[in-house]
Design a binder for this molecule. Structure first.
Ligand code: PHE
Length: 353
């Protein structure tokens, strides 16, 4: 029987034939199964003698079947590899290419312009504490300005401290100025440095606000310069030079309107001239004004809070709304699609990498 089964196994030409052999030998009414069943009717001595023989036969046949199966499968694969060829001349299916998000593009453009003027880039955490976002920036305790920012607060921690999502990039001013020997809390967090300081801070900011020109998350680019003898003229030159380069138009007119921020004194907002008479906004000159940036001279209290002597050092700071600036430059009517990931909008306004 063994010779007969072994021959049948090695003679099986394909998987189906092999399966038929397996059923005929090891299946419910197969020949080996019948032998195994016959053990039941034997005397104990007969069983002791025949049992090992029959079990051995069953194991050898099962092994032979498994080996034959593996051989058949690899032969089948070889045959397929030999038969199939790849036509490398066929055009590949078109690949959809991503694009740079307009906000990131605008941020890169802004950083590039400031980098040329000698500014370094600093970053800070999105999750801030009250000290960096408000207190160090001269917001008086319980001052309504804290509410004015429509702050997203976290639940207080075990120590009672209430973290928040930063409402502006200004807390990074504090992180950059605070002289500390401690290593930064994370690699992207600016650690304090001695003046002179010249940094820009691109980043995400958060306020509870939502309409055509406000989204709960938006982007700012902060600037900070600290050195000896810094005055408002430096601030004015820096911002005027920036808008001329950013909007790529010569002779952009600008004006500084008095404003209030707790962390700057004096404070101002800079407007640039524009012309809306043609339906869309033309930036440069005209009878209308567009607000583009908040700014001012760093308040002496802020310098003191960060361990810098205001009698030795002065500085200016400014904060741009990045998404807003992008809307103006690229003529987008609504801010919200910036954050909606609609690929039709993205491929219209996106920039190829
Ligand atoms: N942090 C201010 C805001 O978010 C902008 C600003 C930055 C103003 C720096 C002055 C100086 O509105």
């Amino acid at each position: 029987l063994e010779a007969e089964l072994t021959a049948a196994v090695s003679g099986a030409a394909d998987a189906n034939a092999l399966e038929a052999v397996r059923v005929a030998a090891l299946g419910k009414s197969g020949s080996i199964s019948a032998l195994l069943k016959s053990l039941g009717g034997m005397t104990p001595d007969g069983r002791r003698e025949q049992g090992p023989l029959i079990n051995g036969l069953r194991d050898r046949i099962a092994t032979a079947i498994a080996e034959r199966k593996a051989a058949l499968e690899s032969a089948e694969l070889d045959a397929r590899l030999a038969a199939e060829t790849l036509d490398l001349t066929l055009p590949a299916p078109p690949r959809r290419k991503g694009s740079v998000h307009p906000t990131m593009q605008v941020m890169d453009e802004m950083v590039a312009i400031f980098a040329e003027m000698g500014f370094a880039v600093a970053e800070g955490p999105d999750i801030e504490d009250d000290f960096h976002n408000f207190t160090a920036l001269n917001f008086p305790p319980k001052h309504p300005a804290r509410e004015m920012h429509d702050t997203f607060f976290f639940n207080p921690g075990p120590d009672g401290e209430r973290k928040l999502l930063r409402t502006h990039t200004s807390p990074v001013q504090v992180r950059a100025m605070q002289k500390t020997n401690a290593p930064p809390a994370a690699p992207w967090i600016a650690s304090g440095q001695e003046p002179p300081i010249r940094i820009v801070v691109p980043g995400r900011t958060y306020r509870m606000d939502s309409d055509a020109t406000h989204t709960p998350m938006f982007h700012q680019l902060e600037g900070l310069v600290i050195d000896k003898g810094i005055h408002m003229g430096h601030l004015k030159w820096t911002l005027e030079t920036f808008v001329t380069r950013f909007f790529e138009v010569e002779g952009v007119v600008s004006r500084f309107r008095p404003h209030h921020f707790p962390f700057t004194e004096p404070s101002a907002e800079m407007d640039i001239g524009c012309d809306r008479s043609g339906g869309e906004i033309k930036i440069g000159q005209g009878s209308d004004w567009l607000e583009v940036v908040g700014c001012g001279m760093v308040h002496p209290n802020v310098l003191r809070n960060c361990g810098i002597d205001p009698d030795v050092y002065q500085g200016f700071a400014f904060g741009f709304g990045v998404d807003r600036l992008g809307m103006l430059k690229y003529g987008m009517p609504d801010l919200r699609p910036m954050f909606e990931s609609d690929t039709r909008w993205l491929s219209h306004y996106g920039f190829s990498a």
